[in-house]
Design a protein around this ligand. Structure first.
Ligand SMILES: CC(C)(COP(=O)(O)OP(=O)(O)OC[C@H]1O[C@@H](n2cnc3c(N)ncnc32)[C@H](O)[C@@H]1OP(=O)(O)O)[C@@H](O)C(=O)NCCC(=O)NCCS
Length: 372
């Protein structure tokens, strides 16, 4: 077995959709649907949603989406994303490519500099061919690509896979996280209609052999954990085709995202807090040396609890940056958006943690140190 080749994050990229929906707009649409539904269904009365609840319970104020009109239309309540022909780039690939180009430009890399594409996300547009292979083709990259899904922890799992692929000969890996979460969200579900937004992120991981480029980050260690739970689940899949009961328009369908939010909160906070603390301890890193935590962006309170468990005190906003107020939960992309937008003010040699967590349950911790 050859020696371990150190790895480095050399750049990141972000694609943010042009359209966004405020809590006020989302709740107005939801409540208009409730009024209509209640008038038409005397035996199935729904409760209205509230802006105050959403912001207090989650910290989310707004979310970016690929199609606002279809979501807010109470006769539709789902994005309207027209089907494309097989000869056109698919929409999931398109947003991944926008983020990838941003990352490649930041590092001044061309297609010939990349050997592998990993598409790591919660929802792939289709079963096959792999999204990563389409992204690879559109970018003109030689080599190979594959898809992987570990829900909201996909980016952390993707980074660990990228580090592994460097050991087997790849020079550089492009890992993308296209998340069209508005398409797996049930906008008629009061408990969840406010949770998600759309976005794509990209990370380029390379062998840390030469001199470090400006704004690059040594990956000191990665750690992953999974623990089965039904508390976040989406039963959409190819076997739906075999079911006689399938009705995707049912407001209570389980073929979209469903969760027991309070149970998730209670289970995942200790799991992630312990994972990061032990990971730092095993790498002989004192929490006083931890400058920043780029955490998954699902719930503000959850992140504050996790940061408190790790640090033993409240984190400042600079120590645990928040993007969920504007982006909402963007699944695997959340921690990468935070890392992309909030890594200024860190000196060479300073240490931070990127951590994604969610359905599975799944969690990942990536310890990075500013290289240059
Ligand atoms: C989803 C989440 C924001 C809900 O917050 P919560 O404080 O747990 O809220 P609960 O579901 O316990 O509901 C509390 C009350 O608010 C009500 N409520 C729920 N949704 C509401 C809405 N949209 N508007 C107004 N009230 C609402 C509930 O009916 C309940 O009322 P009750 O006390 O009279 O029964 C929160 O649990 C969460 O973010 N959990 C973590 C989820 C997560 O990270 N998932 C990962 C996904 S990848």
């Amino acid at each position: 077995m050859s020696d371990f080749i150190p790895a480095r994050i050399v750049s990141t990229g972000l694609f943010t959709p042009k359209e966004s929906i405020t809590n006020e707009e989302l709740v107005a649409s939801f409540n208009a649907w409730v009024e209509k539904h209640n008038a038409e269904n005397p035996d199935d009365q729904k409760e209205p949603s509230s802006v105050g609840f959403i912001e207090k319970a989650s910290g989310i104020k707004s979310r970016y989406v690929l199609n606002k009109e279809g979501i807010l239309d109470i006769n539709r309540m789902r994005p309207k994303l027209p089907q494309r022909s097989d000869d056109e780039p698919s929409i999931l690939a398109e947003i991944a490519i926008a983020a990838a180009r941003d990352a490649m430009k930041a590092a001044d890399y061309q297609a010939g500099d990349i050997d592998v594409v990993i598409c790591a996300a919660s929802n792939m547009q289709r079963a096959y061919p792999a999204m990563a292979v389409e992204i690879q083709k559109e970018l003109g990259i030689d080599g190979f690509g594959f898809d992987m899904n570990v829900a909201c922890a996909s980016a952390a799992f993707g980074i660990q896979n990228a580090v592994g692929l460097l050991q087997t000969g790849a020079r550089r890996v492009l890992m993308v996280n296209p998340e069209i979460c508005s398409a797996h969200l049930n906008f008629r579900d009061r408990d969840a209609h406010f949770i998600f937004g759309d976005v794509a992120t990209a990370v380029i991981v390379e062998r840390a052999t030469g001199e470090a480029a400006p704004d690059s980050w040594d990956i000191l260690d990665t750690r992953l954990k999974t623990l089965f739970s039904n508390n976040i689940r989406n039963n959409f899949g190819f076997l739906n085709h075999t079911s006689d009961e399938l009705d995707i328009s049912d407001p209570n369908t389980d073929k979209l995202f469903v969760q027991e939010g309070r149970k998730v909160f209670k289970d995942v906070v200790p799991m992630v807090g312990a994972l990061i603390s032990k990971h730092l301890e095993d790498n002989n890193i004192a929490t006083t040396d931890l400058k920043r935590m780029w955490l998954h962006q699902a719930n503000l309170g959850m992140n504050q609890f996790i940061a408190r468990k790790v640090l033993g005190r409240d984190a400042t906003e600079a120590e645990a940056p928040v993007v969920l107020d504007k982006y909402a939960n963007t699944s695997s992309a959340g921690s990468i958006i935070a890392f992309h937008r909030h890594r200024d003010g860190i000196d060479t040699g300073d240490i931070g943690v990127i951590s994604g967590f969610g359905a599975g349950y799944s969690a990942g911790s990536v310890i990075v140190r500013k290289a240059a």
